[in-house]
Design a protein around this ligand. Structure first.
Ligand code: SAH
Ligand code: SF4
Length: 395
Protein backbone atom coordinates (compact mmCIF):
# COMPACT_ATOMS: atom_id res chain seq x y z
CA UNK A 1 0.00 0.00 0.00
CA UNK A 2 1.25 3.50 -0.82
CA UNK A 3 2.43 5.67 2.07
CA UNK A 4 -0.06 8.44 2.86
CA UNK A 5 1.16 11.78 1.55
CA UNK A 6 2.55 14.00 4.33
CA UNK A 7 0.19 16.83 5.30
CA UNK A 8 1.25 20.26 4.06
CA UNK A 9 2.90 22.46 6.71
CA UNK A 10 0.32 24.39 8.71
CA UNK A 11 0.41 28.12 8.05
CA UNK A 12 0.61 28.78 11.80
CA UNK A 13 3.85 26.81 12.02
CA UNK A 14 5.56 29.38 9.78
CA UNK A 15 7.46 32.48 10.84
CA UNK A 16 6.88 35.81 9.14
CA UNK A 17 10.22 35.40 7.33
CA UNK A 18 9.24 32.01 5.95
CA UNK A 19 5.88 33.29 4.75
CA UNK A 20 7.52 36.41 3.32
CA UNK A 21 9.81 34.21 1.19
CA UNK A 22 6.77 32.38 -0.18
CA UNK A 23 4.89 35.62 -0.89
CA UNK A 24 7.96 36.97 -2.65
CA UNK A 25 8.19 33.83 -4.77
CA UNK A 26 4.55 34.41 -5.72
CA UNK A 27 5.41 38.07 -6.55
CA UNK A 28 2.88 39.37 -4.04
CA UNK A 29 3.17 42.75 -2.33
CA UNK A 30 4.10 42.81 1.36
CA UNK A 31 0.74 44.19 2.49
CA UNK A 32 -0.90 40.90 1.50
CA UNK A 33 1.26 39.14 4.09
CA UNK A 34 0.23 41.67 6.73
CA UNK A 35 -3.40 40.96 5.87
CA UNK A 36 -2.84 37.22 6.21
CA UNK A 37 -1.08 37.61 9.56
CA UNK A 38 -3.90 39.80 10.84
CA UNK A 39 -6.43 37.14 9.91
CA UNK A 40 -4.39 34.46 11.62
CA UNK A 41 -3.30 36.13 14.84
CA UNK A 42 -5.64 39.06 15.48
CA UNK A 43 -8.90 37.79 14.08
CA UNK A 44 -8.01 34.14 14.63
CA UNK A 45 -9.67 33.00 11.42
CA UNK A 46 -10.21 29.26 11.30
CA UNK A 47 -10.58 28.92 7.53
CA UNK A 48 -9.32 30.49 4.32
CA UNK A 49 -12.82 31.46 3.18
CA UNK A 50 -13.08 33.85 6.14
CA UNK A 51 -10.24 35.99 4.79
CA UNK A 52 -12.52 38.14 2.71
CA UNK A 53 -10.06 40.90 1.85
CA UNK A 54 -7.66 38.42 0.20
CA UNK A 55 -8.39 37.73 -3.49
CA UNK A 56 -10.02 34.34 -4.08
CA UNK A 57 -7.05 33.25 -6.23
CA UNK A 58 -4.65 33.92 -3.36
CA UNK A 59 -6.85 32.07 -0.90
CA UNK A 60 -6.79 29.07 -3.26
CA UNK A 61 -3.02 29.34 -3.65
CA UNK A 62 -2.62 29.48 0.12
CA UNK A 63 -4.93 26.55 0.78
CA UNK A 64 -3.05 24.42 -1.76
CA UNK A 65 0.29 25.28 -0.17
CA UNK A 66 -0.50 25.34 3.59
CA UNK A 67 -2.73 23.58 6.06
CA UNK A 68 -4.96 25.52 8.46
CA UNK A 69 -6.04 23.00 11.04
CA UNK A 70 -7.97 24.10 14.13
CA UNK A 71 -8.09 22.43 17.51
CA UNK A 72 -11.50 21.02 18.39
CA UNK A 73 -12.92 21.43 21.87
CA UNK A 74 -13.66 17.99 23.27
CA UNK A 75 -14.43 19.06 26.84
CA UNK A 76 -14.47 22.17 28.98
CA UNK A 77 -14.57 22.57 32.76
CA UNK A 78 -14.86 25.61 34.95
CA UNK A 79 -16.76 28.86 35.12
CA UNK A 80 -15.79 32.18 33.59
CA UNK A 81 -13.45 34.18 35.87
CA UNK A 82 -12.18 31.00 37.51
CA UNK A 83 -9.63 28.48 36.36
CA UNK A 84 -10.94 26.75 33.25
CA UNK A 85 -9.70 23.58 31.62
CA UNK A 86 -9.86 22.84 27.94
CA UNK A 87 -9.44 19.38 26.49
CA UNK A 88 -8.56 19.67 22.81
CA UNK A 89 -8.85 16.99 20.17
CA UNK A 90 -6.13 17.12 17.54
CA UNK A 91 -6.38 16.13 13.87
CA UNK A 92 -5.25 12.56 14.64
CA UNK A 93 -7.68 12.21 17.53
CA UNK A 94 -5.06 12.73 20.28
CA UNK A 95 -6.22 14.68 23.35
CA UNK A 96 -4.30 17.47 25.05
CA UNK A 97 -5.10 20.02 27.76
CA UNK A 98 -4.70 23.73 28.29
CA UNK A 99 -5.61 25.53 31.50
CA UNK A 100 -6.73 29.17 31.56
CA UNK A 101 -5.97 30.91 34.85
CA UNK A 102 -7.23 34.42 35.74
CA UNK A 103 -4.43 36.69 36.86
CA UNK A 104 -3.21 36.06 40.38
CA UNK A 105 -0.68 38.55 41.70
CA UNK A 106 2.89 37.42 42.15
CA UNK A 107 2.62 33.88 40.84
CA UNK A 108 4.32 34.02 37.44
CA UNK A 109 4.93 37.58 36.39
CA UNK A 110 3.13 40.61 37.71
CA UNK A 111 -0.48 41.14 38.63
CA UNK A 112 -2.68 41.93 35.68
CA UNK A 113 -6.29 42.00 34.56
CA UNK A 114 -5.54 39.39 31.98
CA UNK A 115 -4.96 35.67 31.92
CA UNK A 116 -2.29 33.01 32.02
CA UNK A 117 -2.54 29.96 29.80
CA UNK A 118 -0.88 26.70 30.78
CA UNK A 119 0.13 25.00 27.54
CA UNK A 120 0.91 21.38 26.62
CA UNK A 121 3.86 20.42 24.44
CA UNK A 122 3.51 16.67 23.94
CA UNK A 123 0.83 13.99 23.88
CA UNK A 124 1.67 12.07 27.05
CA UNK A 125 5.13 12.22 28.57
CA UNK A 126 8.11 9.89 28.48
CA UNK A 127 9.66 10.99 31.76
CA UNK A 128 7.41 8.96 34.02
CA UNK A 129 7.53 10.99 37.23
CA UNK A 130 5.82 8.73 39.73
CA UNK A 131 3.27 11.31 40.92
CA UNK A 132 2.17 12.69 37.55
CA UNK A 133 -0.96 11.89 35.51
CA UNK A 134 0.60 13.04 32.23
CA UNK A 135 3.13 10.27 32.11
CA UNK A 136 0.87 7.44 33.26
CA UNK A 137 0.12 6.12 29.79
CA UNK A 138 3.56 6.92 28.40
CA UNK A 139 4.57 9.18 25.54
CA UNK A 140 2.68 9.29 22.24
CA UNK A 141 4.18 12.12 20.20
CA UNK A 142 5.50 15.68 20.12
CA UNK A 143 3.09 18.51 19.40
CA UNK A 144 3.68 20.39 16.16
CA UNK A 145 4.43 24.12 16.21
CA UNK A 146 0.85 24.91 15.12
CA UNK A 147 -0.60 22.69 17.85
CA UNK A 148 1.29 24.67 20.50
CA UNK A 149 0.40 28.04 18.94
CA UNK A 150 -3.14 26.76 18.31
CA UNK A 151 -3.84 26.30 22.04
CA UNK A 152 -3.57 30.05 22.59
CA UNK A 153 -5.62 30.95 19.52
CA UNK A 154 -8.34 28.37 20.19
CA UNK A 155 -8.66 29.39 23.85
CA UNK A 156 -8.96 33.07 22.95
CA UNK A 157 -11.45 32.26 20.19
CA UNK A 158 -13.53 30.16 22.53
CA UNK A 159 -13.50 32.87 25.14
CA UNK A 160 -14.50 35.54 22.66
CA UNK A 161 -17.39 33.63 21.15
CA UNK A 162 -18.66 31.07 23.63
CA UNK A 163 -17.84 31.84 27.22
CA UNK A 164 -20.75 34.23 27.65
CA UNK A 165 -23.15 31.56 26.43
CA UNK A 166 -22.50 29.26 29.37
CA UNK A 167 -23.65 31.13 32.48
CA UNK A 168 -21.75 29.95 35.54
CA UNK A 169 -20.65 27.06 33.38
CA UNK A 170 -20.35 23.82 35.22
CA UNK A 171 -18.94 20.99 33.22
CA UNK A 172 -19.72 20.07 29.67
CA UNK A 173 -19.78 16.34 29.03
CA UNK A 174 -17.53 14.97 26.30
CA UNK A 175 -19.22 15.80 23.03
CA UNK A 176 -18.55 15.59 19.33
CA UNK A 177 -15.77 18.14 18.93
CA UNK A 178 -16.52 21.42 17.20
CA UNK A 179 -13.75 23.46 15.61
CA UNK A 180 -13.65 26.59 17.71
CA UNK A 181 -11.47 28.92 15.72
CA UNK A 182 -13.59 28.59 12.62
CA UNK A 183 -15.63 31.76 12.96
CA UNK A 184 -15.93 33.54 9.66
CA UNK A 185 -17.09 36.75 11.31
CA UNK A 186 -14.38 38.30 13.41
CA UNK A 187 -16.04 38.86 16.77
CA UNK A 188 -15.95 42.08 18.73
CA UNK A 189 -13.71 40.53 21.34
CA UNK A 190 -11.27 39.22 18.77
CA UNK A 191 -9.21 42.38 18.65
CA UNK A 192 -8.34 42.42 22.37
CA UNK A 193 -5.94 39.79 23.59
CA UNK A 194 -7.01 37.70 26.53
CA UNK A 195 -3.79 35.87 27.31
CA UNK A 196 -0.69 37.80 28.28
CA UNK A 197 1.20 35.17 30.26
CA UNK A 198 2.17 31.67 29.23
CA UNK A 199 3.36 28.86 31.43
CA UNK A 200 4.66 25.87 29.55
CA UNK A 201 3.56 23.47 32.26
CA UNK A 202 0.87 21.38 30.63
CA UNK A 203 1.25 17.84 29.44
CA UNK A 204 4.69 16.76 28.31
CA UNK A 205 8.30 17.75 28.85
CA UNK A 206 8.73 21.00 26.90
CA UNK A 207 12.50 20.76 26.53
CA UNK A 208 12.19 17.29 24.96
CA UNK A 209 10.28 18.97 22.09
CA UNK A 210 12.83 21.75 21.90
CA UNK A 211 12.75 22.82 18.24
CA UNK A 212 8.95 22.94 17.96
CA UNK A 213 8.62 24.68 21.32
CA UNK A 214 11.15 27.37 20.44
CA UNK A 215 9.58 28.04 17.06
CA UNK A 216 6.10 28.21 18.60
CA UNK A 217 7.37 30.64 21.24
CA UNK A 218 9.06 32.73 18.56
CA UNK A 219 5.65 33.05 16.82
CA UNK A 220 3.80 33.72 20.07
CA UNK A 221 6.38 36.29 21.11
CA UNK A 222 6.50 38.18 17.80
CA UNK A 223 4.61 41.47 17.45
CA UNK A 224 3.01 40.13 14.23
CA UNK A 225 2.02 36.90 16.02
CA UNK A 226 0.92 36.35 19.61
CA UNK A 227 2.53 39.53 20.95
CA UNK A 228 3.33 37.92 24.33
CA UNK A 229 6.53 39.23 25.92
CA UNK A 230 9.32 36.69 26.45
CA UNK A 231 9.51 37.74 30.09
CA UNK A 232 5.87 36.65 30.39
CA UNK A 233 6.66 33.15 29.20
CA UNK A 234 7.77 30.54 31.76
CA UNK A 235 9.15 27.21 30.60
CA UNK A 236 9.00 24.41 33.14
CA UNK A 237 11.31 21.42 32.93
CA UNK A 238 11.84 18.30 34.98
CA UNK A 239 15.56 18.93 34.53
CA UNK A 240 16.92 18.22 31.01
CA UNK A 241 20.45 19.49 31.51
CA UNK A 242 21.71 19.84 27.89
CA UNK A 243 18.56 21.69 26.84
CA UNK A 244 18.72 24.08 29.81
CA UNK A 245 22.19 25.02 28.62
CA UNK A 246 20.94 25.36 25.06
CA UNK A 247 18.10 27.61 26.22
CA UNK A 248 20.64 29.82 27.95
CA UNK A 249 22.11 30.59 24.50
CA UNK A 250 18.81 31.71 22.96
CA UNK A 251 18.31 35.43 22.50
CA UNK A 252 14.93 35.56 24.29
CA UNK A 253 14.63 36.16 28.03
CA UNK A 254 12.29 33.32 28.89
CA UNK A 255 11.70 32.52 32.54
CA UNK A 256 12.82 29.10 33.66
CA UNK A 257 11.03 26.96 36.23
CA UNK A 258 12.62 23.74 37.38
CA UNK A 259 10.46 20.95 38.78
CA UNK A 260 12.70 20.07 41.68
CA UNK A 261 10.39 18.27 44.10
CA UNK A 262 13.32 17.02 46.13
CA UNK A 263 16.54 18.65 47.27
CA UNK A 264 18.61 15.47 47.51
CA UNK A 265 19.36 12.82 44.89
CA UNK A 266 17.83 10.27 47.22
CA UNK A 267 14.42 12.00 47.28
CA UNK A 268 14.48 12.94 43.60
CA UNK A 269 15.52 9.45 42.49
CA UNK A 270 12.54 8.05 44.32
CA UNK A 271 9.96 10.08 42.39
CA UNK A 272 11.67 11.37 39.22
CA UNK A 273 13.49 8.86 37.00
CA UNK A 274 15.08 11.76 35.07
CA UNK A 275 17.30 12.38 38.10
CA UNK A 276 19.25 9.19 37.39
CA UNK A 277 20.28 10.60 34.03
CA UNK A 278 20.82 14.17 35.22
CA UNK A 279 21.51 14.12 38.97
CA UNK A 280 21.29 17.24 41.10
CA UNK A 281 24.92 18.28 40.70
CA UNK A 282 24.58 18.44 36.90
CA UNK A 283 21.15 20.07 37.12
CA UNK A 284 22.34 22.70 39.57
CA UNK A 285 25.35 23.54 37.39
CA UNK A 286 23.11 23.96 34.32
CA UNK A 287 20.70 26.19 36.26
CA UNK A 288 23.57 28.27 37.55
CA UNK A 289 24.76 28.69 33.98
CA UNK A 290 21.27 29.78 32.86
CA UNK A 291 21.00 32.19 35.76
CA UNK A 292 24.40 33.76 34.96
CA UNK A 293 23.81 34.03 31.21
CA UNK A 294 20.32 35.46 31.49
CA UNK A 295 20.51 37.24 34.79
CA UNK A 296 17.02 35.87 35.28
CA UNK A 297 15.60 34.58 38.49
CA UNK A 298 14.88 30.86 38.32
CA UNK A 299 11.85 29.38 40.03
CA UNK A 300 12.13 26.05 41.79
CA UNK A 301 8.83 24.19 41.77
CA UNK A 302 8.37 21.96 44.79
CA UNK A 303 5.18 19.92 45.05
CA UNK A 304 4.61 18.82 48.62
CA UNK A 305 3.80 15.10 48.83
CA UNK A 306 2.97 13.63 52.22
CA UNK A 307 5.77 11.52 53.66
CA UNK A 308 7.87 11.81 50.51
CA UNK A 309 9.41 15.27 50.45
CA UNK A 310 7.61 17.26 53.15
CA UNK A 311 9.94 16.43 56.05
CA UNK A 312 11.81 19.28 57.65
CA UNK A 313 15.05 17.42 56.84
CA UNK A 314 14.58 18.59 53.22
CA UNK A 315 14.71 22.25 54.27
CA UNK A 316 18.46 22.63 54.66
CA UNK A 317 19.50 21.16 51.30
CA UNK A 318 16.63 23.01 49.60
CA UNK A 319 17.68 26.31 51.12
CA UNK A 320 21.31 25.73 50.11
CA UNK A 321 20.26 25.05 46.54
CA UNK A 322 17.86 28.01 46.32
CA UNK A 323 20.52 30.33 47.74
CA UNK A 324 23.15 29.08 45.32
CA UNK A 325 20.82 29.63 42.35
CA UNK A 326 19.34 32.81 43.79
CA UNK A 327 16.04 31.13 43.07
CA UNK A 328 12.53 31.59 44.33
CA UNK A 329 10.75 28.49 45.63
CA UNK A 330 7.10 27.76 44.72
CA UNK A 331 5.54 25.26 47.08
CA UNK A 332 2.57 23.49 45.50
CA UNK A 333 0.42 21.12 47.57
CA UNK A 334 0.12 17.88 45.61
CA UNK A 335 -3.12 17.30 43.70
CA UNK A 336 -4.15 13.72 44.33
CA UNK A 337 -4.36 11.64 41.15
CA UNK A 338 -6.93 8.83 40.90
CA UNK A 339 -5.08 5.53 40.92
CA UNK A 340 -1.85 6.86 42.44
CA UNK A 341 -0.98 6.36 46.10
CA UNK A 342 0.49 9.82 46.78
CA UNK A 343 -1.28 12.32 49.02
CA UNK A 344 -1.21 16.02 49.72
CA UNK A 345 0.13 16.80 53.22
CA UNK A 346 -2.19 18.32 55.82
CA UNK A 347 -2.26 22.10 55.89
CA UNK A 348 -0.23 22.50 59.12
CA UNK A 349 2.56 20.46 57.50
CA UNK A 350 2.51 22.71 54.42
CA UNK A 351 2.60 25.82 56.61
CA UNK A 352 5.47 24.47 58.72
CA UNK A 353 7.50 23.73 55.57
CA UNK A 354 6.83 27.27 54.32
CA UNK A 355 7.79 28.86 57.63
CA UNK A 356 11.00 26.84 57.88
CA UNK A 357 12.10 28.00 54.42
CA UNK A 358 11.21 31.60 55.22
CA UNK A 359 13.29 31.31 58.35
CA UNK A 360 16.25 30.42 56.13
CA UNK A 361 15.70 33.70 54.25
CA UNK A 362 14.45 32.05 51.06
CA UNK A 363 11.92 33.79 48.78
CA UNK A 364 9.09 31.30 48.90
CA UNK A 365 5.36 31.10 48.13
CA UNK A 366 2.80 28.45 49.00
CA UNK A 367 -0.15 27.95 46.66
CA UNK A 368 -3.12 28.13 48.98
CA UNK A 369 -6.13 28.61 46.72
CA UNK A 370 -9.07 26.30 47.21
CA UNK A 371 -11.37 24.68 44.68
CA UNK A 372 -8.95 22.13 43.38
CA UNK A 373 -11.71 20.01 41.95
CA UNK A 374 -10.92 21.32 38.51
CA UNK A 375 -7.50 22.86 38.66
CA UNK A 376 -5.74 19.65 39.46
CA UNK A 377 -2.52 19.36 37.54
CA UNK A 378 -2.59 19.07 33.80
CA UNK A 379 -2.99 15.60 32.39
CA UNK A 380 -5.84 14.57 34.63
CA UNK A 381 -8.76 15.68 32.48
CA UNK A 382 -7.29 13.81 29.53
CA UNK A 383 -6.73 10.72 31.64
CA UNK A 384 -10.28 10.85 32.99
CA UNK A 385 -11.77 11.39 29.52
CA UNK A 386 -9.75 8.62 27.89
CA UNK A 387 -10.77 6.22 30.62
CA UNK A 388 -14.44 7.21 30.30
CA UNK A 389 -14.31 6.80 26.53
CA UNK A 390 -12.61 3.40 26.71
CA UNK A 391 -15.15 2.25 29.31
CA UNK A 392 -17.91 3.36 26.93
CA UNK A 393 -16.30 1.49 24.03
CA UNK A 394 -15.96 -1.69 26.06
CA UNK A 395 -19.65 -1.75 27.10
N1 SAH B 1 7.30 18.32 32.24
C1 SAH B 1 7.47 19.61 32.77
C2 SAH B 1 6.27 20.51 32.61
C3 SAH B 1 4.93 19.91 32.82
S1 SAH B 1 4.50 19.39 34.44
C4 SAH B 1 7.86 19.54 34.21
O1 SAH B 1 7.81 18.47 34.79
O2 SAH B 1 8.27 20.57 34.74
C5 SAH B 1 4.11 20.91 35.27
C6 SAH B 1 4.26 20.86 36.75
O3 SAH B 1 3.17 20.13 37.36
C7 SAH B 1 5.54 20.17 37.19
O4 SAH B 1 6.17 20.92 38.19
C8 SAH B 1 5.00 18.86 37.72
O5 SAH B 1 5.90 18.27 38.58
C9 SAH B 1 3.72 19.29 38.36
N2 SAH B 1 2.79 18.21 38.67
C10 SAH B 1 2.62 17.05 38.01
N3 SAH B 1 1.67 16.30 38.61
C11 SAH B 1 1.23 17.03 39.67
C12 SAH B 1 0.24 16.80 40.68
N4 SAH B 1 -0.49 15.71 40.69
N5 SAH B 1 0.05 17.77 41.60
C13 SAH B 1 0.75 18.92 41.57
N6 SAH B 1 1.69 19.18 40.64
C14 SAH B 1 1.94 18.25 39.70
FE1 SF4 C 1 6.48 14.51 32.41
FE2 SF4 C 1 6.61 16.77 33.84
FE3 SF4 C 1 4.78 14.87 34.41
FE4 SF4 C 1 7.37 14.41 34.91
S1 SF4 C 1 6.07 15.99 35.86
S2 SF4 C 1 5.93 12.97 33.94
S3 SF4 C 1 8.34 15.45 33.20
S4 SF4 C 1 4.89 16.09 32.56
Amino acid sequence: MAEPLPLPADVRSQTREELAAQFEAWSLPAYRLDQLLEWLYERRAGGWEAMTNLPRGLREQLSARFGLRSLSLARHQGARDTTQKFLWKLADGALIESVLIPATPALYGEASDRHTLCVSTQVGCAYGCKFCASGLDGWKRHLGVEEIVGQILATESWHATEAGAIPGAAEQPPAEPEPVSGTSQPSAASSGRLINNLVIMGMGEPLANYANLLKALQILNAPWGGGIGARKITISTSGLVPQIRQLAEEPQQFRLAVSLHGATDETRNRIMPVNRKYPLAALTAACEYYQRRKERMITLEYILIAGVNDQLSEIRPLAVLARRLRAKVNLIPYNDVTGLPWKRPEEPVQEAFLAALEEQGIAVTLRREKGHEIDAACGQLRLKTERELSRREST
